[in-house]
Ligand binder design. Sequence first.
Ligand code: TXA
Ligand code: MG
Length: 320
Amino acid sequence: METIITDKLSIASECLKAGELVAVPTETVYGLAANGIDPIAIRKIFEAKERPLNNPLILHFANEEQILPFILDFPPILKELSKIFWPGPLTLLLPKSTRVDYAITGDRSHLAVRIPSHPLLLELLRSLPFPLAAPSANLYGTISPTSAAHVYNQLKGRIPIILDGGPCEKGIESTIIGLENNRVHVYRLGGISMEELSLHLEELPLINNKATDHGIASGMVKHHYAPKTPLFFYKEGQRDLSEQSGYIFYKNNPLSDRFKHVIVLSESGDLNEAARKLYSVLHLFDAKGLVKISIERFPNEGLGMTLNDRLNRATAKFTP
Ligand code: TXA
Ligand code: MG
């Protein structure tokens, strides 16, 4: 199958209406989208990504009105948060109605929904009479794509169309939350920080993102979001430095000029900037064929918590 990169919305729209897959830009990461009410189209997502069938998908909508037929209830606390953060990088788990296809959630009682803010995707969603099912547009377990080229590198030959909406503004997946016993639970740290969420809640949200806690969200499995190149945390004063390794630092480079594969993510110390760039630097270093990558831990605040979460999972793959 030939894979075409285009910025023409009409091509993407027609393709989706015909039951085909389209990789779409979102403000978080690129998604691999299909008609969210067509089980045959939805199955193609799992095949293209090599994703286990029991791993549920997020449905993306243009507006709240479109969501209502797919859910049984919209708890006020979550509704309030949706008014603040949508369109944007927040995914809500809501009790699902019978309109939700089995291919999306399996036997689960809840559906994951999100209204994304990327203007091209919103326009696409408005042109369609159905929501879009979309996981991140990468092969299962690997790093999410934050540009059309990243998608192409992983999925070329597997999907017909990539809609190019430029580099992703957030660069990191959405924050996934839900309600348990009237308390907000965070199932995946993401593009909305804990601090931002907490500002709008009376009680602090609970982080509930260990695979064993609920065994549902696969993004929560221990080995995930990993590059091909072995990835380790950088330790201050580390001795086994090599010129064939890549180094990623948050704001300062402590190494001598001898080392060529060094990236500083944000010289001004802006965690949003670091989040925007992290995945693209990992993709870049993967393409260079380095022996290993060392990366500095981020301050554990704001999006730094999300980035550390991803790195803990990615490094776990290489650390016995
Ligand atoms: O930013 C994002 O959320 C991106 C863009 C494309 O919207 N999407 C994304 O999807 O990251 P995905 O499938 O790569 O990650 C979604 C995570 C998975 O770990 C999945 O298991 C979990 O959300 N999930 C989806 N539906 C769920 C449900 N009904 N219950 C529990 N977990 C769910
Ligand atoms: Mg994913």
